[in-house]
Design a protein around this ligand. Structure first.
Ligand SMILES: [Zn+2]
Length: 103
C-alpha cells in the first residue's frame, strides 16, 4: 500500500483521482488564461505537470527543447528550472522565478 503522502495525493493514479486531476488542471488552465498568461507558457506548464503526473519520464521534457528562438530558450530554461524545484512544488505555489522572465 502506498503511503498517503502529500505528493501521493497530488499524483495518485486511481481513476477517481485522475478524473479529479483532469478537472483541476482544466481549472488551472482557465485561471492562467484569465490572467493573460501567454499560451506558450500555459502549454509548457501543462506539459510539465502532465508528464510529472503520468510518470512518463524521470525528468519531464520541455516541449520547447531544442528550439532556438529567444522566447523558446527562455521557456526551456523556465521548464528545466521548474523540474529542478519539482512539479509538485508548482502545485504548492513554488514557481520558478524563470517563468516571469519567459513572458
Ligand atoms: Zn492513491
Amino acid at each position: 500500500m502506498v503511503p498517503e503522502t502529500w505528493t501521493h495525493v497530488l499524483s495518485c493514479d486511481h481513476s477517481v483521482a485522475q478524473e479529479q486531476w483532469r478537472a483541476a488542471l482544466s481549472t488551472l488552465v482557465t485561471a492562467l488564461k484569465d490572467k493573460n498568461t501567454p499560451p506558450q507558457v500555459v502549454e509548457s506548464m501543462v506539459s510539465g505537470l502532465s508528464q510529472w503526473f503520468s510518470h512518463t519520464a524521470v525528468r519531464p521534457l520541455p516541449p520547447t527543447i531544442g528550439a532556438l528562438t529567444r522566447p523558446q530558450t527562455l521557456l526551456t530554461a523556465a521548464f528545466q528550472s521548474q523540474s529542478d524545484i519539482g512539479w509538485s512544488s508548482l502545485l504548492r505555489g513554488h514557481l520558478s522565478t524563470h517563468w516571469g522572465g519567459s513572458v
